[in-house]
Write a protein that binds this ligand. Structure first.
Ligand SMILES: Nc1ncnc2c1ncn2[C@@H]1O[C@H](COP(=O)(O)OP(=O)(O)OP(=O)(O)O)[C@@H](O)[C@H]1O
Length: 274
């Protein structure tokens, strides 16, 4: 994970949860609820996948890792039915495996009020419908707050802070405030009742980070030393913002490399064969 100093904290957060879950005195009071925020392509899904892979042998393919997508699974049609299905599915998974991982991606595209359906599961209850949710983990992922995170980071840079100096509390209030009025988080009880334990800001990536991503992507295709031309071609798809006067942050992070770098490799192969 490049350029995400606060994301390293996820390791401590997960360890603390694991210790509480394994505590014989059952000190664990509620499910762990983490909300990941940031611009597209900065590593939110990458981090969620790493967590799934670290906790479950089959990673994202485990029966006990459930991924919901905001728009596909929860647009506003047939909402009552969708909410009932959601509760039934989660009850069934967590009953079989109390240490399940439930991920809601694209919350910015989710119909408001869906998250209120799962509020009891996130709260301090010993059981919901007879099922104990306290050992499970919920991860919310969205672009909500991405712009505010970028603005705040620029402000901190202006005050002389370095990227590695920033802290959770620099961003949490602004993420909470923004989220409460947007997408699936709109007026969500999970926010109002402080049921989200950690708001994790994913910082917008800068040139050196996207270069590291490009090199990693080349490496994953067994290209260990891309030529200068290949790197330049790979990086040509990156545009910088937040505006023309401040071209500091990569607008789509590392997202475009997954498709673009195989194309660059193919093009270079053809050129050398000619
Ligand atoms: N900080 C990072 N460090 C290393 N690789 C990264 C980073 N951010 C993104 N990547 C690479 O880019 C790919 C796309 O990133 P990812 O899907 O995690 O973005 P995202 O933040 O979830 O975006 P979106 O909000 O659009 O879903 C990842 O699979 C990974 O290969």
């Amino acid at each position: 994970m490049f350029g995400q100093p606060l994301v390293d904290e996820l390791v401590n957060i997960l360890h603390a949860h694991k210790e509480a879950v394994n505590d014989p005195n059952k000190s664990n009071k509620k499910a762990l609820v983490i909300s990941l925020h940031g611009w597209p392509g900065v590593g939110k899904n990458y981090a969620a996948t790493m967590i799934a892979e670290a906790l479950y042998v089959k990673g994202m393919h485990s029966k006990y890792v459930k991924l919901y997508m905001g728009k596909k699974d929860f647009d506003c049609s047939n909402l009552q039915q969708k909410k009932e299905d959601l509760v039934a599915t989660l009850n069934s998974i967590v009953k079989k495996c109390p240490k399940s991982l439930i991920i809601f991606d694209e919350i910015h595209d989710m119909c408001p009020s869906v998250l209120d359906t799962i509020k009891p599961m996130l709260d301090h209850h010993h059981a919901v419908d007879g099922i104990d949710y306290r050992d499970s983990i919920f991860i919310f992922i969205s672009n909500i707050g991405g712009q505010e995170i970028a603005t705040k980071l620029l402000e901190l840079y202006d005050q002389g802070a370095k990227r590695n100096d920033v802290e959770f509390h620099d961003f949490e209030p602004i993420i909470r405030r923004t989220a409460y009025f947007q997408g699936g988080f709109e007026k969500a009880a999970a926010i109002a009742n402080h049921l989200i334990d950690h708001y994790v800001p994913f910082l917008p990536l800068e040139q050196q980070h996207v270069e590291m991503c490009a090199l990693a992507e080349f490496r994953s295709h067994a290209i260990y030393h891309p030529t200068k031309e290949m790197m330049a071609e790979a990086l040509s798809v990156i545009t910088y913002g937040p505006n023309e006067d401040q071209p500091i942050f990569a607008n789509n992070g590392c997202k475009r490399f997954t498709r673009h770098i195989p194309y660059v490799i193919q093009k270079n192969k053809q050129k050398t064969e000619l």
